[in-house]
Write a protein that binds this ligand. Sequence first.
Ligand code: FAD
Ligand code: NAD
Length: 159
Amino acid sequence: MDDRQFRTAMGKFATGVTVIVTDVEGDLHGMTANAFMSVSLSPKLVVISIGENARILEKIKQSNTFSVNILASDQQELSMIFAGQIKEPREVAFDRLDGKPVLAGAVAQIACEVSAEHVEGDHTLFIGKVTDIHLEDAEPLIFYSGRYRALAEEKAVTM
Ligand code: FAD
Ligand code: NAD
């Protein structure tokens, strides 16, 4: 099986889009990620998966904290900035939640402390203990088959 077939298959799993942000002594760094999942309700845990070549990897290890920002449908540009898809540097303003940097306007801001990390293949999984959450009433940005999308109108489900 080649890499393209694997990525094409994984891309068939429609996801939201997050920006992971971490703060190493005032140096704020963000990265776009869709490998994000809720893990446990008691205690409240989430997981993110960071590639071995991503610059944010060492920064999360140093800070031991991160935020997950679930992007709204009007925040595709932020996704592109933090995925390196927009090359010119852009000034991005951050808010704070429980002391961690977060992105204003995100559908959900989730502040986390690293509770465990596991190297698996070419990625590191960080388990985050959720310390605070802020929610906004907005539609999410969607990623499917390598393209940004928006949610369609709800269809009535007949059983
Ligand atoms: P860089 O390449 O150094 O940073 C990324 C970009 O963010 C740069 O352009 C940088 O200028 C900008 N940036 C960072 N901090 C700031 C700041 N404070 N202010 C302004 N700009 C800033 N990779 C994974 O490992 N896991 C995933 O789950 C994942 N999911 C993805 C989902 C999508 C939809 C996309 C498009 C990409 C995904 N990627 C994922 C790939 C990842 O986003 C890119 O490879 C990214 O460029 C790697 O980030 P980096 O830490 O190396 O940071
Ligand atoms: P794509 O076709 O490369 O990605 C489709 C799906 O494949 C992704 O949603 C993800 O589930 C999986 N995938 C892609 N690259 C991966 C990797 N290196 N490790 C594990 N899973 C991976 O979509 P695209 O629009 O070309 O993506 C833009 C860029 O972002 C690419 O360079 C891609 O590699 C990267 N990306 C990385 C991850 C990740 O590391 N988990 C996830 C999404 C996108």
